[in-house]
Design a protein around this ligand. Structure first.
Ligand SMILES: [Zn+2]
Length: 237
């Protein structure tokens, strides 16, 4: 099984792509390459459209990883799509929704950088997002966080992507300690996302190229989730 070419890693701003059908399983379609991000790392799967060689356009309702994380499958709104392996298709993501996910995901990394304790969970959404922290004795405040996160956004920090090997990580335990999310092990090289001067994390999500693209946000609620844990909710202004 050759891994699908995941174009969203090369250029998360690509909105359309011509591809070839690799496999069909009912309403689920695999392609030789894709710009659709599959559900994972707290970020929803992309939606959009797929047009077959007969000119018919079908909605893509969801995108998921396949049996291996290097496979991506797209769920169409019908099983009656007529697509077969080898067919050329034109694809387009719902860019408005995806771009909001990108802005929110980068924003969640800023939030993680402002609260230097382990992250225990999170979810990125097009309207609102949340991040869970094992806060311990650390104190946080809604208004203070809102001010500081908007300052980081306005400072227009570039966001750069890279990969790091497990061996390189092992040589830098101090680097791993600064990561609010521990890097995955045993799956080869690890993709990294650096917000210049602010944050460095392992992450497989899609991001904006500069924090200024995020726009104004507001920490809307801090929820008590037990003795040590707090859930921080954030919305676009
Ligand atoms: Zn991330």
């Amino acid at each position: 099984m050759t891994p699908v070419r995941r174009n969203y890693y090369d250029d998360s701003y690509q909105r359309t792509l011509a591809a070839t059908v690799l496999a069909v399983n009912g309403d689920w379609i695999e392609l030789d390459q894709t710009i659709f991000y599959p559900l994972g790392g707290g970020q929803p799967g992309d939606t959009g459209v797929m047009t077959g060689p007969d000119g018919k356009t079908h909605k893509v309702l969801d995108t998921r990883k396949g049996d291996s994380s290097e496979q991506v499958k797209h769920q169409l709104d019908t099983q009656d799509h007529g697509l077969a392996p080898g067919d050329p298709v034109e694809t387009a993501i719902d860019w408005e929704r995806r771009y909001r996910h990108m802005r929110m995901h980068t924003c969640m990394h800023l939030l993680g950088a402002l609260i230097p304790v382990p992250v225990t969970g999170g979810a990125v959404g097009a309207e609102k997002s949340r991040l869970d922290f094992d806060l311990g004795e650390h104190q946080i405040d809604k208004v203070d966080l809102t001010t500081r996160i908007n300052a980081l956004i306005a400072e227009a920090h570039p966001v750069v992507f890279g990969t790091i090997t497990e061996a390189e990580l092992d040589e830098q335990p101090e680097l791993v300690r600064t990561m609010s999310v521990q890097p995955p092990r045993g799956a080869g090289d690890i993709r990294t996302v650096r917000v210049e001067g602010v944050d460095f994390q392992p992450c497989g999500g899609t991001h904006v190229n500069n924090t200024s693209e995020i726009g104004a946000v507001r920490v809307s609620k801090i929820e008590n989730k037990g003795k040590r844990n707090r859930r921080v909710h954030l919305v676009f202004e």
